[in-house]
Design a protein around this ligand. Sequence first.
Ligand code: HEM
Length: 426
Amino acid sequence: SMAPNGCPVSPQAAAFDPFDRPYQLDPAEALRWSREQEPVFYSPKLGYWVVSRYDDIKAIFRDNLTFSPSIALEKITPASDEALAVLKRYDYGMNRTLVNEDEPAHMARRRELLEAFSPEALEAHAPMVRRLVREKLDAIIDRGQADLVAEMFWEVPLTVALHFLGVPEEDMEQLRRFSVAHTLNTWGRPSPEQQVEVAEGVGKFWQYSGEVLRKMQARPEGHGWMYDMIEKNRHKPDVVTDNYLHSMMMAIIVAAHETTALATANAFRQLLSRPAVWAELCDNPALIPAAAEECLRHAGSVVAWRRIATREVEVGGVTIPEGGKILMVTASGNHDPAHFENPDELDIYRDNAVDHLTFGYGSHQCMGKNLGRMEMRIFLEEFTRRLPHLELEEQEFTFLPNTSFRGPEALWVRWDPAQNPERRDP
Ligand code: HEM
């Protein structure tokens, strides 16, 4: 078969399907052949150009005029007519936020909304993060066994995200279900029956976001990043628009917690499966920030991100036509030996781990990266201090089937409570 640029499709490119097991289990490994042989290829099953090498991905991120982010939140599996009808019933109107907004609107908006991410503003959240992690640890510390995802990796980042945004902390369980629906809707391949169910969840999430937003708009004395937006919307409605407010309300709840929850679960899995590395962190907690960064490189929670070509353009020697949709597999770029020495090794002393693409790159690079890092760091600090003898249980890991968000759905660990250096929160 032929790609849209008239070139033949190789057998491996024809067979590539991100919803198959290899990509779902380990996207970087699933694209090793591509990094080595065909770093830019057209995937007929996906209808996307897949890019797997570090330098090519970075070049795409760098030029957001040629490579527009407008499709970043588009449904990767088109909605069925039934699903569209459901969404219409909910008046669903999710549109541009920051992450999928083109210039010049994007930069004008981003600049207005930077203050909440200053180092001082973020540091003010650290005591709350630590208190939440400690409370969750207190609840399990005498138990000897736990699924850390269920016990705290979701709930702590969700609580922190809501607090950061100024969103009332109610309906947390419901919000978690909404997030899963949003992820499947945007990056998954729901079956025709699932499509309707997922659309119901997304429609309800959209309505819920609108209701919370109206409640918040009615009490302008509140604090948090959403309040900054409400304030800007009042004074600069052309920069921070009404639809932006509603779309962002829905998108950011997910962006701010799911990414961090999954990144934390991935990091604990990576570190605990290497007991010598874990022991090193317990002995020397100063290594924790570098270890967290290396985990974000080695097994990040965002593994692929999208752009669309606004003109015919060459990437890695391949001509991508105007309108070509691009899937950058950042997890693959993070394992590119041309940029990272021994890329498959988890090396907490690696001096360029921070070059990873897990937060994206360039003008859209993740605004919340330092908040996510802080949460991972505090989780690791508390666990290495209070449960240094933590061990990973033998288990099969499962993942929510989708192209972009990755982390185990459960993470079972065990420990001997008699050995706890601190049975109670000191
Ligand atoms: C954008 C990943 C945590 C807010 C992004 C992008 C990625 C990403 C891949 C797109 C970057 C690009 O297009 O170049 C992650 C990961 C996280 C994380 C892996 C945790 C480990 C957070 C948190 C917040 C946040 C905690 C908010 C409090 C945002 C925002 C953008 C963004 C607002 C859009 C920036 C723009 O387009 O200008 N993130 N994120 N993220 N992230 Fe995060």
